[in-house]
Design a protein. Structure first.
Length: 115
């Protein structure tokens, strides 16, 4: 399966990236580049919509943590929404669901409050 990252317009409360497919060692650089591009453009609040993500390994999880650290350094955050199945289970088992304030339902980044 392929992997894609697409930018979703928001109402001004942050940037939203929609992930689809399998996030693993071979596709993680694509997400890293997308997050780096947003932060280079001054975006410090990033929401990752995982609704269409079917798989995520430890490399993908590391990209989530790196992105959150990057955003936090600029006074922002990275949050996760919409995961299901194996992806949601891995988020919960690893504790990242709490660390990254995972929400099971997709929400607009503008409605998110700062940590």
């Amino acid at each position: 399966m392929t992997f894609s990252v697409s930018y979703v317009e928001s109402d001004g409360g942050g940037a939203c990236l929609r992930l689809a497919g399998e996030l693993d060692m071979s596709t993680a650089p694509q997400l890293t580049a997308a997050i780096d591009s947003l932060t280079a453009d001054g975006e410090s609040r990033v929401l990752l919509d995982l609704t269409d993500l079917t798989f995520c390994d430890s490399t993908g999880m590391a990209v989530f943590v790196r992105g959150d650290n990057q955003a936090a350094a600029d006074g922002g955050w990275l949050r996760l929404v919409g995961a299901h199945g194996r992806v949601e289970r891995v988020l919960r088992v690893t504790g990242l669901a709490e660390v990254l304030r995972y929400e099971p339902e997709s929400v607009d980044p503008a409605s998110r409050s700062a940590p």
